[in-house]
Design a protein around this ligand. Sequence first.
Ligand SMILES: Cc1cc2nc3c(=O)[nH]c(=O)nc-3n(C[C@H](O)[C@H](O)[C@H](O)COP(=O)(O)O)c2cc1C
Length: 165
Amino acid sequence: MPVSPEQFRKVLGHFATGVTVVTTRLASGEPWGFTVNAFTSLSLAPPLVLVCVDHGTESFQAMRRAEYFAVNFLTEDQEDLSRVFAAKLQDRFRHVPHSDSSHGSPLLEGCLGFVECRKISSHAHGDHTILIGEVLEAKARGGHPLLFYRGSYAHMEPSLEPTKR
Ligand SMILES: Cc1cc2nc3c(=O)[nH]c(=O)nc-3n(C[C@H](O)[C@H](O)[C@H](O)COP(=O)(O)O)c2cc1C
């Protein structure tokens, strides 16, 4: 194997990302959500995004069946939410204020912004599946982003933040 999983994880950890919670509504009506940093924009016209989901998770089963999903961008004050939505908890939405998007995906209160998507395709590669979503709604309210870097949460230096929004 040219690059071991340990080396791959270590090197990729040097690529800083934001942190999101991807949410959907299960067929049972229950809300579902999980922490994701493998999120990126894919196309401007049409507006497309992608998220990568680990095959070994319950979230993968939820997302396989989902028709709509939302991606909530976390602020630096929402590290606790990132932990809750990455943990094996029965009800991750307990004590988490949220509303519903027009297609029923939970929108977490206080986020930097969100996109709501219709899932248009999925592609399995290795141990993850890439889900591609067409963006139906997108809103940002701004704030200070939560970052993930070298396996830890991080905050942006105030001097690096844009002065104009
Ligand atoms: C900062 C961070 C980023 C994560 N990013 C992803 C991701 O991009 N894709 C993914 O499938 N899981 C990701 N996870 C793991 C899931 O949030 C979560 O731990 C897992 O889905 C929980 O297992 P379950 O879905 O079986 O309940 C991430 C976890 C953390 C803490």
